[in-house]
Write a protein that binds this ligand. Sequence first.
Ligand code: PLP
Length: 627
Amino acid sequence: EELYGVNRWGAGYFSIGENGNIKIAPNHRLPDITIDMREVVDEIIAEGIELPAVIRFHDILRSQVEIINETFSKCIEEAEYKGKYCGVFPIKVNQMREVVEEIMDAGEPYNYGLEAGSKPELMAVMAYNDNPEALTVLNGYKDKDYLTLALLGRQLKRKMIIVVEKFSELEMLIPLAKQLGVEPMIGLRSKMMVRSSGKWAGSSGDRAKFGLSIAEILNAIERLREEDMLHCAKLLHFHIGSQLSDIRKIKEAVSEGARLYAKLVQEGVELEYLDIGGGLGIDYDGTSSTTDSSRNYSTEEYVADVVWGIKQVCDLENVPHPNIVSESGRAMTAHHSCVVSNIVGEVNPSGTDFDLSATEDEHILVKNMRDLFINGAQYHPQERYNDAAGYKQSAYEAFKLGILSLKEMAKLDTMYWRILADIHTGLDEESAFIQELDELEDMLASQYLCNFSIFQSAADTWAIGQVLPIVPISRLDEKPEVRCSIADITCDSDGKLSKYIEGTEIRENIPMHKLKKDEAYHVGLFLTGAYQDVMGDMHNLFGRLTEVHVYCHDDEPGDFYIEEVVPGTSAEKVLTTMQYNTEYMAKTVKKHIDRQVRKGHLQPREGVRWTNFYEKCLAGSTYLRVD
Ligand code: PLP
């Protein structure tokens, strides 16, 4: 269990069962009700659904919504804080309709709202947040249409807050609101002075892309006062970056934001809300530390620092406690989905079979390598390693000059890899050491081919080096004997995952089990519910994966049901988005097949079969079909 750190990154939702399968406890209120991941995958396959697939555990989504709301309520009560918690889910983190619907449903008792960062997101949140008590926070750059839609929301009696990111947005909003006769709710986003750390540090500081400087905020207030609209300014907003790994930065930001809020209230701005943005991190690597893929605090600590931090400043400044808004997206969604794929093959440099038998006129380099190969025991591992590397290099030079034949090169190469594997095994047994041990392990690491595209399903692992847990979903009671990287099926050498966490260290080459001939080996890429689910691209035209939505039966322990299956993008659909006309393509290929039939190169029946096959593939999955 320690090896994959499941308990550490699993946040109580994922663990390893006694049978060696991943176990899921999706409902935080019922931690003893668990489901077996292997059984879920078996049922998916039994229903004829092809892997790879995204599995969504909707109960986890609901749990996360309940946890954040209840943690804030509890802390607010304990701190005798006078404001309320009014959380919103930023849909940019996962815009899937089913995700948004589930979050809104679970959040209804808490008046949990939504946040949008663009025009299409605004159109979605208008349709999905009709709770007049819940907030809709509107961030991102805005044009006239964006602002008009927001004013429509006010006409529908929604608490829609237009957060001014740029002074010019206010200049656009004031005349528009007057012209339409609609009173807006306005938020002011502050450019924060605190410098956050990590991969999203650019969201704060003087050079941040969004927000108003203190001078601009004061100018905005004057403008609103001039227009008799100061009472419309309701919210102060800040966001210093996603995945904040160090609690100290959060405390600092809260203190700065609360002070600014208090000073503005003292200036006569009747602000009701202080919006602390997103940033609540996820312990992806299980280290509970300040690595970019972790966090050194719990949700309770985060909430306590926010509530007590704001209270302290407001009490000192003698201003009312504002309602607290947070826009946590990553923390709401990361755990609820994972990608399950089969391993479809292995690339192993030392695994090739070749006839190594000696021939009389063999080149001396081949003879020398054979000696190293057969008489390994006579050499110290370091000497054997050095000699093998030397012969291999000389052989390469000789091959380029035409001195070594193809067959000789193939023999020498095969023996070289076997010698390296032999040295590696011997090192374990004799506890011997060679200087190039790390290099040797990297060279010998296999590549397991996984039936997905990291560009589609785990974009941040490629783009920003984020670590996501990748773990076999069963056989976890067996010691993994192989160290390997997971290569995806794109034609891109960047399409690879090789980092994993051992203890608190991030290491290369993930431990996996040896593949068995007649047994599928399934691996899960976990914590993909935030951003990864929706940010992927279509590199090599691999489209969206099939999605399976799983719910747990609370009253029947261990039981679950598949509520919905959303088919993945077909080849046809992917091609259409690239402007291909697939009907034309099918007709053209049929015409070419018919031509071969007319020429007598194909039987008519064969022609029909080929035509049908092409059409079937167009309608089929973009991923590899595993029979
Ligand atoms: N709010 C704003 C303005 C953001 O830019 C983001 C994303 O970076 C979020 C909320 C969501 O942040 P997180 O996913 O870290 O909770």
